[in-house]
Design a protein around this ligand. Structure first.
Ligand code: IMP
Length: 199
C-alpha cells in the first residue's frame, strides 16, 4: 500500500518511515504527493489533532494518509505542555528555547515524572480509520545532555539507561520511544484490519 505522511518534520518522517517500511507500507511525503497543506491543530487531544491532519491530507491527495500528533506531558504541570508542545512559549522559540523555558518552569520542582505521548492516525479514502497510541515514561533532567534526536530529547532522561533521549542512536530511540511504541500498536491494528490484508 502507498500512503502519504502528513508531516513536514523531516526527523519525524524519517522515524516513521523506518518502521512503516517494515510493514510493507510505501510512504511518500506530502511534497511527493503534490500537496502542500499545513493543517491547523485545533484539537485538545492528541487523537483529535492526528485525525484532523490525516483526514485533511487524505482528502487533498485521495490516498491513505498517516499523521502523528505527539508531545511531552509533565505530571507536575498537569500534563502540560501536552498537545501544545510544539508551540510552548509562543511562536518566537525554537526547540532549545522551549526546553530551556520548561526547565525554568520546573526549577525547584521535585516531582519530575513525565512522558512522551504519540498518537498515529491513518485515514483511508473509503472513510475508514486506524488509530494507535504509544507512550514512553521518563524523568525531566536538571540540565540537557546529548545532541541527537529533536525537540525535548536533550532533557528527557531515561533512568533505566542513565541517558537522555538525545544520547540514543536512532535505533535505540525507536526501540523504546512513544513513536516506536505507537507504531508497534499501529502494526497490530493494521494487521487486524481489512487494510493490512488486501491492499
Ligand atoms: P506535533 O508536530 O504537533 O506532533 O508536535 C510535537 C512536538 O512535541 C514537537 O515539536 C516536539 O517539541 C515534541 N516532541 C514530539 N516527539 C518528540 C520526540 O521524539 N522527541 C522530542 N520532542 C518530541
Amino acid at each position: 500500500m502507498r500512503a502519504v505522511l502528513a508531516s513536514h518534520n523531516q526527523k519525524k518522517i524519517a522515524e516513521l518511515q523506518t518502521i512503516l517500511g517494515e510493514l510493507g507500507v510505501e510512504v511518500i511525503s506530502q511534497r511527493e504527493a503534490g500537496v502542500d497543506i499545513e493543517v491547523e491543530e485545533t484539537g485538545t487531544t492528541f487523537e483529535a489533532n492526528a485525525r484532523l491532519k490525516a483526514r485533511a491530507v487524505m482528502e487533498a491527495t485521495g490516498l491513505p494518509a498517516i499523521a502523528d500528533d505527539s508531545g511531552l506531558s509533565v505530571d507536575a504541570l498537569d500534563g502540560a505542555p501536552g498537545v501544545y508542545s510544539a508551540r510552548y512559549g509562543g511562536e518566537g522559540l525554537d526547540d532549545t528555547g522551549r526546553w530551556q523555558l520548561l526547565l525554568e518552569h520546573m526549577q525547584g520542582v521535585e516531582d519530575r515524572a513525565c512522558r512522551f505521548v504519540c498518537v498515529i492516525c491513518c485515514a483511508f479514502p473509503d472513510g475508514g480509520e486506524l488509530m494507535a497510541r504509544g507512550e514512553c515514561p521518563g524523568v525531566l533532567a536538571q540540565a540537557p545532555q546529548g545532541d541527537g534526536g529533536f525537540g525535548y530529547d536533550p532533557i528527557f532522561y531515561l533512568p533505566q539507561l542513565g541517558k537522555t533521549m538525545a544520547q540514543l542512536t536512532p535505533q535505540e530511540k525507536n526501540s523504546l520511544s512513544h513513536r516506536g511504541n505507537a507504531l508497534r500498536d499501529f502494526q497490530k491494528e493494521w494487521e487486524r484490519s481489512p487494510y493490512g490484508t488486501d491492499q
